[in-house]
Each structure stands twice: as C-alpha cells, then as structure tokens.
Design a protein around this ligand. Structure first.
Ligand SMILES: [Zn+2]
Length: 217
C-alpha cells in the first residue's frame, strides 16, 4: 500500500504521560519480510511528523480476528541485535517470532523505546551502575527515571489500525496486560514466554520478578 494515511487517534486513559500516548500515528509502508523464523509482513508506523518509528511484524490475516497472538516488544539493541546476556530481550524476541510462525497467525509489535524507554546511552549508564552493585530499578531511579518509562499507547493504536478484535499477549508481565487493557485493547489471555536464566542475567531476572511483578515460570 503506497498511500499513507493519517489516523487521528485518542491516546486513551493514562496514555499521555509518556511518549507514545497521544498524537498522530501514521501508517507508512508495508513490505514482505522473510526471516530465518518464517515469512512475515513488516508494516511501518510513525508517531507525529518526525516522532518514533515502530514496526508491526505480521503473520497471516489478523483483521477482524480474535485471540490473535501478540508480542509487544520494546527495542533493546544490546539484547536483540548484539546477543547481550544482561537481559532476556533477545531470547524473548526470537521465541515470540517462532511461536507466531508456528501458530500461522500473529503480530509482533517492535516499539522503539530502548532501555525501557530511557534510551540506549542511559541504559549503558544504568549498566555501569549495576556493575557497581545496584539493581536495574535503583539505577534507573538514580538516573532520574521511573523503573519503567515504557508506554503502550502506540501499541494500542497500531492494533486498532490492524483491525484486531482481541489478543492473547505473549508476555511474562501482568502489568503490560493491565496497561493495554486500560488503553482499550481486548486482551483475552496471556501466554508466558519462558526464558532460561544464565549467570549473567540471573540477578536481572530476579529483580524483574521481585520489583516489577514479572511472572517467571
Ligand atoms: Zn534487553
């Protein structure tokens, strides 16, 4: 589809305090995306005139569909692209794509909110503090951020644009389910993404479980 269209969409309850909660979201191009996990479509979205760029990686026909498997994934360059063992992002990303491919239908939203929304270089600063013994939540707070600066307003609006009726979220994070529901997404279920811990990310995963209510089965 070449003709871009602009959607005037409401940010929804609680969605405007952080980036991605309000304003315009524009669908840009749509292209085939063959990957080593399977064949997908990549659909581009841009917030505002020169705001964040997001991607919807889509498998199968999701329009007007119910119980669509959806992974809402926030960018993590170190984990996704470099295979960092400080976190479990890369493994969750690959697991989600494999799961969607196996199902034959689903969506992975790749949101450009690096480092839980604090940005790549601030994340490296936080890693530096963690090297000195702080945990991920305490490091973010010292840098002047909330433990989690992510927002899912863009995710909710992209799912609405794709015409999805209801979703089964691939996540270990019940807070993400709650936030998306508050933004008007019909979440009909949650499917955990099991990841193995390694000596390098064990402390991080423990903090996610203890301080951020993630369910790590
Ligand atoms: Zn990560």
């Amino acid at each position: 589809m070449l003709a871009s269209h602009i959607m005037e969409m409401k940010g929804g309850a609680g969605g405007s305090r952080k980036a991605g909660g309000s304003g315009r979201l524009r669908r840009t191009a749509d292209a085939k995306l063959p990957t080593r996990f399977g064949n997908f479509r990549a659909i581009g979205y841009r917030e505002g005139r020169d705001g964040d760029e997001h991607l919807a990686i889509v498998k199968g026909d999701v329009s007007a569909a119910r119980d669509v498997l959806v992974r809402v994934h926030s960018e993590c360059v170190t984990g996704d692209a470099l295979g960092s063992r400080r976190c479990d992002c890369g493994e969750q990303l690959r697991k989600a794509l494999r799961r969607i491919e196996k199902e034959g239908r689903g969506i992975l939203l790749y949101l450009r909110q690096e480092g839980r929304g604090i940005g790549l270089l601030n994340k490296v600063e936080a890693y530096h503090m963690q090297d000195q013994g702080l945990d991920t939540v305490a490091a973010n707070v010292i840098l002047g951020f909330e433990a989690d600066e992510r927002s899912y307003g863009a995710a909710a609006r992209i799912l609405s644009d794709l015409g999805v009726e209801s979703v089964i979220l691939l996540t270990n994070n019940p807070d993400k389910v709650m936030q998306l529901r508050e933004l008007g997404v019909a979440v009909s279920g949650r499917e955990p993404l099991r990841v193995r811990s390694n000596p390098m990310n064990a402390a991080y995963l423990k903090t996610k479980g203890r301080k951020m209510n993630h369910i790590l089965e």
